[in-house]
Design a protein around this ligand. Structure first.
Ligand code: HEC
Ligand code: HEC
Length: 147
């Protein structure tokens, strides 16, 4: 083998070895677990399932979900949320139908089916957990009579 190839190759091996983080290295941005170990996210608790619709705090706020949604399938073949919330299904399901805005595409055209930009419901709507607030918050929502 030609030594002209061998020298850069050895250099690369040395650089990789040098770039390995030391076992105890901690990166504060990802928590107290050392960089070379996997983190274990805390388990999710039980979402609130009281079926009570919550007031909205500002105009155009996506309403929060008042029921559990664990295991609801949303993929290219099926959307469990639309099984109840599609406008055509709400007579049977008793769910609040998605508003007309959910059928409008980004060019403003009204579609016969849900718009793709509203397909992944939990991008905007989320179930809630009974957790204490992590930080103080002095936000005040719109007052109902000033809407
Ligand atoms: C089995 C039927 C059913 C399914 C499936 C379902 N919902 Fe619901 N949803 C309801 C009903 C009924 C209500 C009215 C309040 C209640 O009874 O919980 C509701 C309420 C809501 C509300 C509150 C609306 C408001 O104006 O306050 C949102 C948001 C919502 N659901 C989103 C979702 C999303 C997102 C999914 C899928 C992950 C989903 N739902 C799946 C039946 C369903
Ligand atoms: C890009 C964000 C976004 C996505 C994705 C989205 N929504 Fe909404 N949704 C909103 C907003 C904002 C509102 C309130 C304003 C409005 O009605 O457009 C709303 C309103 C609603 C309401 C209340 C309707 C009413 O008349 O009070 C229901 C129910 C709902 N959405 C269900 C769904 C379901 C089910 C999906 C998935 C198929 C979905 N949304 C996807 C943003 C979104």
């Amino acid at each position: 083998m030609k030594t002209s190839f061998l020298i850069p190759a050895l250099g690369l091996v040395a650089a990789v070895a040098w770039a390995q983080p030391s076992p105890g290295l901690v990166d504060a941005a990802r928590g107290p677990v050392p960089v070379l170990e996997s983190t274990h996210p805390p388990l999710l608790g039980n979402a609130v399932n009281d079926d009570v619709r919550r007031p909205r705090n500002y105009d155009q706020q996506p309403p929060t979900i008042p029921h559990r949604v664990d295991g609801y399938q949303i993929d290219r073949n099926f959307n469990k949320c639309l099984d109840c919330h599609a406008r055509a299904k709400s007579d049977f399901s008793g769910a609040i139908p998605v508003s007309a805005t959910h059928y409008i595409d980004r060019a403003g055209k009204v579609l016969p089916q849900i718009s793709t930009r509203r397909y992944f419901c939990m991008q905007c709507h989320i179930a809630q957990e009974r957790d204490p607030a992590l930080v103080g918050n002095s936000f005040r929502g719109v007052e109902p009579d000033k809407k």
